[in-house]
Design a protein around this ligand. Structure first.
Ligand SMILES: N[C@@H](CCC(=O)N[C@@H](CS)C(=O)NCC(=O)O)C(=O)O
Length: 306
């Protein structure tokens, strides 16, 4: 049976969404795009992802993928390119991705705060929306379990990171002559820096700049824009895929609660239907979506009683 196209719930300025958009461009997979707002409430997404706070979220029928670790695994499966998932790469790449997706990502975001900030490139948000967004992110940071970094230290951190990438880039991509998940993970934080700052350190790193241009050239493919209500309807009219891994585990069948271990720690509750080395799947049901299976990675998440 043909697989439903991947639906990506995202917003333009979201770096982690950019990681997925360029990966979709690279693989040439068909995808549908649902634009969400930059902050909750997200009424079109909340029933699908059970209140999971972060963006992006991907959907295939009534299977919902939270966190880019599960989304990239799904893209790797669909495209037959194992190296686009953490599971398809060795430990050095996994460690690299862990670092760039958290410490370096946060440094990249913080490094954009300052005089070189390009408000126009930030999408021309109204002053009111900008203030609400800042307040929202301050609240999110207050509930986070990550260590804060000042803009000055963040800029130093990003510079050290750029020096390291410049050295790594002996070939077209960070780990060889074709991209793997490490490239897409390292790209999105720097994409944000390049987009939001007028003058940036990047220009002093020619190999990094050429590598970023190479990734940007993959584009985003040809997404078809759909409304959030259509995505809900697609979920309602679909059945979740078969779960055939880890469903004999004694915890399966229990009510659980899963949330990120770093930031955006809103828990999602549901019945555990699968537990494997790489992740969990919970079953939820709402009138808007019918039964959905929500997929989470183990890395970066914690599970408890529902
Ligand atoms: N580890 C997550 C991180 C996702 C993340 O931090 N997303 C940012 C946007 S790029 C976010 O959700 N920010 C808060 C929000 O948009 O509500 C992943 O890989 O998906």
């Amino acid at each position: 049976m043909a697989r439903a196209p991947l639906i990506l719930h995202h917003y333009d300025l979201s770096p982690f969404s950019e990681k997925i958009r360029v990966m979709l461009g690279y693989t040439g997979l068909d995808w549908l795009s649902v634009k969400t707002s930059e902050m909750p409430p997200r009424p079109g997404l909340a029933p699908l992802a059970g209140g999971y706070r972060r963006i992006p979220v991907a959907q295939s029928g009534s299977d919902v993928f939270c966190d880019t670790r599960t989304i990239t695994a799904e893209i790797a499966r669909r495209s037959g390119r194992a190296e686009l998932a953490l599971e398809g790469c060795g430990q050095p790449v996994r460690d690299f991705v862990r670092d760039v997706d958290l410490t370096i990502f946060l440094a990249c975001v913080m490094s954009t705060i300052g005089p070189g900030f390009n408000r126009k490139a930030a999408g021309g948000l109204s002053l009111w929306k900008t203030l609400r967004l800042i307040w929202d992110r301050l609240l999110m940071a207050a509930g986070a379990r990550t260590r804060g970094v000042s803009p000055k230290n963040a800029r130093r951190h990003v510079r050290t990171h750029l020096e390291r990438l410049e050295q790594m880039l002996e070939q077209d991509f960070l780990f060889g002559d074709r991209p793997n998940i490490g490239d897409f993970a390292a790209y999105h934080g720097l994409w944000f820096v390049r987009k939001l700052t007028r003058r940036h350190e990047l220009e002093a790193f020619p190999r990094v700049t050429a590598w970023m241009d190479r990734i940007a050239a993959f584009g985003h493919g040809n997404p078809r824009e759909i409304r959030p209500e259509e995505a809900l309807e697609i979920a309602r009219e679909s059945e979740p895929g078969t779960v055939d891994d880890g469903n004999d585990d004694p915890n399966v069948g229990k009510e659980v609660s899963i949330c990120p271990d770093d930031y955006g720690r809103t828990p999602v509750t549901g019945e555990l239907v699968s537990q494997t080395d790489s992740g969990w799947i919970v079953r939820r049901e709402t009138p808007e979506t019918g039964v959905v299976h929500v997929h989470f990675p183990r890395q970066g998440f914690v599970i408890g009683d529902g």
